[in-house]
Design a protein around this ligand. Structure first.
Ligand code: SF4
Length: 276
């Protein structure tokens, strides 16, 4: 499903913003990262991450008894040519095999499942990007690592604003992105599904005690649902900061790989409270 509720979260130092604003940005949407495509820049650092665990069978020790094959709740053991192997994509690294295997042939080991890259964006600020390997699990842990790396950079450059682009939805990736944030900006579309997701994400925001604001994107695509989004937000003590209409300029910006505010510095819409 397309992204319907998107979040961006910020962490500010005590005392709020001080001029000049020094920004560090992080892309914590580790399953579908794209911020570096829009902000561009030079790759200055890259490192692999290991935040997931998988079982491995030592074939020289395995006695071919099949107990692991019969016991795995995730169907991660495959029988091949009379022997047994782990299908990593199915393994949850739960360690149950280590207790079951009579031969001690199974060990649960850390495996590399993603990477962190640091860019110097073409606007000059550092951009920390996390990427989960295709088919890998553990996105929440990778997001935590990305945010830790971004905090280290923020400390190094004495940043006044750490801006995190989070994932859509209300799953563990969203929880990881919101944790320890001071303010959350949520982007919702006026659909029933997005309203449902928004309600769940607001529960996460409440849990972490962050303040929040909401932007309704493509509000004119469903004029009946947009007021319902506003009522939900206001009922939770928040504010709809802006109603963004469907706009061809956004499509052109995406097609050309540009931030929309770079392509069209003059906005074609006003915020909910009259400002830009
Ligand atoms: S439980 Fe251990 S010994 Fe038995 S098949 Fe699995 S890995 Fe081999």
């Amino acid at each position: 499903m397309a992204s319907m509720v998107k979040l961006a979260v910020t962490s500010q130092p005590p005392g709020g913003l001080k001029a000049p604003i020094i920004v560090v940005a992080a892309d914590a949407d580790v399953d579908t990262l794209n911020l570096h495509l829009l902000l561009g820049g030079e790759l200055v650092e890259e490192k692999r991450l290991a935040t997931s665990e998988k079982a491995q069978i030592d074939q020289s020790v395995c006695e071919r008894c099949g107990k692991c094959y019969e016991s795995c709740a995730f169907n991660s053991i495959r029988k091949i040519d009379g022997g047994y192997v782990v299908a990593p994509a199915y393994c949850e690294g739960c360690s149950v095999y280590e207790a079951i295997c009579p031969a001690g042939a199974i060990e649960v080991k850390s495996i590399e499942n993603g990477k962190i890259r640091v860019f110097r964006s073409r606007f000059g600020f550092p951009l920390i990007v996390g990427q989960l390997d295709v088919g890998s699990s553990g996105s929440g842990e990778v997001i935590s690592e990305v945010k830790e790396e971004a905090r280290r950079f923020a400390g190094r450059v004495r940043a006044s604003l750490l801006l995190v682009d989070g994932p859509p939805g209300a799953g563990c990736s969203a929880i990881s992105a919101i944790s320890r944030s001071s303010h959350v900006l949520l982007v919702a579309e006026p659909t029933k599904a997005a309203r449902h997701d928004l309600e769940r994400v607001l529960g996460i925001v409440d849990h972490f005690g962050a303040t929040f604001g909401v932007v309704t994107n493509r509000f004119n695509a469903n004029p009946e649902m947009s007021p319902e989004i506003s009522r939900l937000v206001e009922g939770r003590g928040g504010e709809v900061l802006s109603l963004i209409p469907s706009d061809e300029e956004v499509v052109h910006a995406i097609v050309n790989g540009q931030p929309v505010v770079e392509r069209s510095p003059e906005p074609s819409f006003k915020s909910h409270n009259g400002g830009v």
